[in-house]
Write a protein that binds this ligand. Structure first.
Ligand SMILES: [Zn+2]
Length: 286
C-alpha cells in the first residue's frame, strides 16, 4: 500500500513520499575535471547574480534524454517531453526524449542507488522508469517516488550525475521535472537556510537561490485543495503571492498536482550549472 494513501489532509508528510536525491554520488570521479577557478573567481555570489537576459536569444540548449524502462513499465515520451519543455522553458532549455530502451526483467525489490550508478551513461540525461509496485530497499518510511544521482554544485560541478529514476506511477507528473532539476543543480526550496529562514534571500545558504521562498516549518499543503496550512504562530505572516510561490514551486515537496513551475532565480542557477558542468554539457545536442 502506498504510504500516501494513509495521509489525510496534511501532506507535509509528502516530505516522506518524494525523493531527496541528495548525496548519492559517492563514487570516485573519473575523467571529469573539477573546475578550480570556479571558486577562485567567486562565481558563487559575484557571478551568480546574473541576469537571465544575458542567456536568451539563440543561446538555447537542447538535451538528449534516454528513458530506460524496466519490468514492463511504460512511458509516454510525448507527454513527458511536453511537460519538461514547458517547465524548463524559462531557462531556455528543452529536451529531446528518445525511444525508450527496454530491460524486461527487474527484481521485485532493489536498491535504486545501485541502478542509478550502474545505468549512468555520459552524453545523455537518463530516466530509469521502474514498474508499478516495485519495492525499494532504501525506503524506511513512505514511498520514494523518484530520485536523482546527486546535485552538482557551483563550487564542485562534478558532484552529481544526470540520471534519475522515476516510479511508473508518477513519471507523467511534475515529479519528473523535480528530479531532472536536481541534475541541473536545483536544491529543495526547504533546504535549511540558517541566515534567512523565511525568504531564503541568499545565494550562499539554503537552496542557494536568492528568489525562492523557504516553506514554513510545520506547514503543509492540502493534497486535494493545494491550500497551505500554517501553524498558528505564522498565521497572516505571508501574502497570498508568497504562499503561492511556496506551494507551486516544483522544487518543493508539494503534491505534484499543486506544482506549477520554477522561479527566475532557479532558472539562473540552471543556466550557471550548464555553463560550468562538463557532465551536463556532455548531454547537450549540438
Ligand atoms: Zn528532490
Amino acid at each position: 500500500m502506498s504510504f500516501k494513501l494513509e495521509i489525510s489532509v496534511f501532506v507535509f508528510l509528502v516530505f516522506l513520499t518524494v525523493s531527496i536525491g541528495l548525496g548519492c554520488n559517492k563514487s570516485q570521479l573519473k575523467n571529469i575535471p573539477i573546475i578550480e577557478d570556479v571558486v577562485d573567481q567567486n562565481y558563487i555570489c559575484a557571478r551568480y547574480e546574473i541576469n537571465l537576459s544575458e542567456y536568451t536569444s539563440d543561446n538555447h540548449f537542447k538535451f538528449k534524454v534516454q528513458p530506460i524502462v524496466f519490468g514492463g513499465a511504460s512511458i509516454n515520451i510525448s507527454t513527458v517531453q511536453t511537460l519538461l519543455n514547458k517547465d524548463f522553458k524559462g531557462a531556455n532549455i528543452s529536451f529531446d526524449i528518445k525511444k525508450p530502451q527496454v530491460v524486461s526483467f527487474i527484481p521485485d525489490e532493489i536498491y535504486y542507488t545501485e541502478y542509478l550508478e550502474d545505468y549512468y551513461e555520459p552524453q545523455q540525461i537518463t530516466i530509469l522508469v521502474f514498474p508499478k509496485g516495485i519495492s525499494l530497499k532504501e525506503e524506511r518510511r513512505g514511498t520514494i517516488q523518484g530520485a536523482a544521482l546527486g546535485i552538482p554544485e557551483i563550487s564542485n560541478p562534478a558532484k552529481g550525475k544526470p540520471i534519475v529514476f522515476m516510479r511508473e506511477e508518477v513519471v507523467h507528473t511534475r515529479i519528473t521535472s523535480h528530479e531532472i532539476a536536481h541534475s541541473f543543480g536545483i536544491y529543495h526550496t526547504f533546504t535549511p537556510d540558517p541566515n534567512s529562514p523565511i525568504l531564503g534571500k541568499s545565494c550562499i545558504t539554503g537552496d542557494l537561490v536568492s528568489t525562492t521562498m523557504v516553506p514554513i516549518e510545520g506547514a503543509g499543503v492540502g493534497n486535494k485543495t493545494c491550500d497551505y496550512y500554517l501553524p498558528e504562530s505564522f498565521k497572516d505572516t505571508l501574502t497570498q503571492t508568497q504562499i503561492e510561490s511556496i506551494v507551486t514551486n516544483i522544487a518543493s515537496y508539494s503534491p505534484p498536482q499543486c506544482m506549477e513551475g520554477f522561479d527566475k532565480g532557479q532558472f539562473e542557477r540552471m543556466r550557471k550549472i550548464i555553463e560550468i558542468n562538463p557532465r551536463i554539457q556532455d548531454a547537450m545536442i549540438r
